[in-house]
Design a binder for this molecule. Structure first.
Ligand SMILES: Cc1cc2nc3c(=O)[nH]c(=O)nc-3n(C[C@H](O)[C@H](O)[C@H](O)COP(=O)(O)OP(=O)(O)OC[C@H]3O[C@@H](n4cnc5c(N)ncnc54)[C@H](O)[C@@H]3O)c2cc1C
Length: 614
């Protein structure tokens, strides 16, 4: 095959169109072996909801064919058509890929996809799919109310009505005498974007938020915090940040944006409202939930669906430490505000070595504290530049070039197992680029790793949302000895003004800050909805054996229950699919409990957090 770089745009179009035509007709005629043979032996098909209301990864023609016989037969798709001119790219060991967006239809939905073709290793004149994404985008009967389909009042009618837009907004927010279809627990970025997606589909949604003001979750974080990744990947659904905004968004600016977003997207948010428990009734397919409102009363509601968007800040992980009562000084978890603490000249022990531990240690050092970091186990450290940005280079390159929804589709077209493989060499490059920093850290005894399967920090984010630090200065302070380090030990006990470590060494301390992370999200489910629901749902987050995030964004084994969250890009991109699942359920377009979640004996299958073996 001639190089695609040297091929004219017209010829690239012809290759892409011919490939799409071929797979379209193979699928239409149920020639599944022929369709599967259009995949590279190492190729991936990822489907987001289109065929089974699931997120699904298939690897290699064998898996593709078996799945087509089961899923496609039941729910066919057709009319695969090219969307824009193809481009030439590269991925992993493939120096040239022909890449293109396409559209397609099923009986009830319209979809978009993204394909990467590479030459067939056995017959280079033939193009095979290396990655192929099919993603449901819209339910045909319920298009989003945007663009040409935006709300369009008849002014002759509205001018005769006594209520105006503001009156209707106030009434909608109150839920007087009626219940929402969906209650979203948590009004951080993930909860708000979820509500915005649902709102666009006409789903009546209430967001409850326990703090006083929308955005407080960011406002209450430590003083110096700015987002650690660039703005290009952090835009909100429907409403990208102005292009005048800085690359790294300060936390209070983001907090204000959350409040603005809630107003702009006409979201119904009750602040100072907490979730006090709920039960699901399978017979009427409805939750009964209890909410403590800002007035101090308990309101009972009957939504059909609950989306948990309570973030990582749900339940702090606070270890038991012997002698804590004798210590005498403050012992705080990193989630508590520390800005008001008088730390100047004080000896502070920061327990932990993740992002919060580093940021807090640096912040306390700047405020004049004498800081020691206690590192119990190894982590991955990368420089902010050039290393931390490498995994999201796609977003940087497409910033201002493509709509963020298109970039999200390209990103989704690389399934997590492939992404992990691709990150291994990338992380090696990072280690090489950061050699001086890492050597310096090793020299002072800092414990480093590159992830359990040598795939670097971004996979740690996807697996644990922890275990790494993007160096914005704390590592340099550790190397220079300005933040002291105690590594490879744990706290044995506290005594008056003293910390004794497991190696029997000790230090004087005035304050202990526990940057010890958060309990698994499943525990937040347990505390809110009880053991039965938490056990049915299973572990949340981490890459499962099926190559998808465990119980995130999709239908969990608990009917009417979903979890959203993660970083801004995940919350933005995948809230679309959660909203489609909920809308389809409310409109009776999908089976109430997906049969694919049922095991042979009829019990409900749940995903265990087994990590992808590469
Ligand atoms: C220091 C730091 C820096 C970060 N930097 C980045 C970054 O650069 N880019 C990025 O993408 N991500 C970043 N993250 C990670 C992630 O984006 C944030 O943790 C983010 O806040 C997660 O959003 P969320 O909406 O899922 O949860 P949260 O922001 O934690 O929001 C959850 C909301 O739910 C509310 N809530 C909780 N329980 C209840 C309840 N029972 N009832 C009612 N309300 C409840 C909380 O008050 C909160 O407002 C960072 C995180 C931290 C801590």
């Amino acid at each position: 095959m001639a190089s695609w770089i040297d091929t004219s745009p017209l010829d690239r179009r012809r290759i892409a169109e011919s490939w799409l035509r071929k797979i379209s007709s193979a699928l239409e005629e149920k020639r599944y072996a022929a369709a599967a043979a259009m995949f590279h032996p190492d190729g991936y098909w990822r489907d987001l909801l289109t065929f089974e209301w699931l997120f699904k990864v298939l690897h290699g023609p064998g898996e593709v064919e078996a799945w087509l016989r089961k899923a496609f037969d039941a729910k066919p798709a057709g009319n695969f058509r090219l969307e824009f001119d193809p481009t030439v790219g590269a991925i992993g060991e493939h120096p040239e890929t022909l890449e293109f967006f396409f559209r397609f239809d099923t009986a009830i939905a319209s979809g978009r996809g993204y394909a990467r073709l590479v030459p067939d290793p056995h017959s280079p004149a033939t193009a095979k799919a290396y990655t192929f994404l099919t993603a449901m985008q819209e339910l045909k009967a319920f298009p989003e109310r945007r663009g040409k389909n935006r709300p369009h009042d008849d002014l002759h009618v509205t001018s005769t009505q006594t209520e105006n837009w503001l009156d209707r907004r106030r009434a909608a927010r109150q839920f007087k005498g009626k219940d929402p279809d969906v209650v979203v627990i948590g009004g951080g970025q993930a909860g708000l974007m979820m509500a915005a997606r649902l709102g666009q589909l006409g789903v009546d949604t209430l967001v409850i938020e326990k703090t006083e003001h929308i955005g407080d979750v960011w406002r209450n974080r430590y003083h110096s915090l700015q987002l650690h990744n660039e703005i290009c990947m952090n835009h909100f659904a429907y409403l990208p940040f102005p292009d005048t905004w800085p690359v790294f968004i300060p936390k209070d600016k983001l907090a204000d944006w959350l409040a603005f977003y809630a107003e702009a997207m006409e979201l119904n948010v009750w602040t100072k409202t907490t979730f006090r428990g709920g039960e699901y009734s399978g017979s009427d397919r409805c939750w009964t939930v209890r909410l403590r409102t800002s007035e101090g009363t308990v309101r009972t509601m009957r939504p059909r669906h609950i989306v948990l968007a309570a973030g990582v800040s749900g339940l702090p992980n606070i270890p038991h430490i012997d002698g804590a009562n004798e210590f005498g000084g403050p012992i705080l978890h990193s989630s508590s505000p520390t800005d008001g603490l008088d730390v100047k000249g004080k000896s502070v022990l920061v327990v932990g070595a993740g992002t919060s531990a580093h940021d807090l240690a640096q912040n306390l050092h700047v405020r004049g504290a004498n800081v020691t970091m206690l590192q119990r186990s190894s982590i991955t450290v990368v420089s902010l530049y050039p290393s931390s940005v490498r995994p999201y280079e796609l977003y940087r390159q497409n910033d201002g070039v493509r709509p963020i929804d298109d970039t999200d589709l390209i990103a989704a077209s690389v399934p997590y197992p492939l992404f992990a493989r691709l990150q291994r060499p990338v992380s090696h490059q990072m280690m090489e680029d950061d050699k001086e920093l890492l050597d310096g850290l090793r020299k002072v005894g800092f414990l480093l790793d590159n992830g359990e399967d040598d795939t670097g920090y971004f996979l740690k984010l996807l697996r644990y949302q922890a275990g790494y630090y993007l160096n914005i200065g704390a590592s340099d302070l550790i190397v220079a000895g300005k933040i002291k380090l105690k590594s490879g030990v744990d706290i044995k006990r506290l005594a008056a003004g003293k910390v004794v470590f497991s190696d029997e060494s000790a230090m004087d301390a005035d304050i202990v800050i526990l940057a010890t992370g958060y309990k698994p999200l499943q525990e937040a489910v347990r505390s809110m909805l009880g053991d039965a629901v938490a056990d049915r749902v299973g572990p949340i987050w981490g890459i499962g054996q099926d190559g998808e995030l465990n119980n995130m964004y999709g239908q969990t084994a608990q009917p009417g229950f979903y979890v959203t969250g993660g970083g801004l890009p995940g919350a933005r991109a995948y809230s679309r699919y959660t909203a489609l699942l909920i809308k389809a359920d409310l409109e009776g377009l999908r089976p109430h409990r997906d049969p694919s979640l049922q095991t042979a004996n009829g019990s409900v299958e749940r995903r265990e957090p087994e990590y992808v073996q590469l």
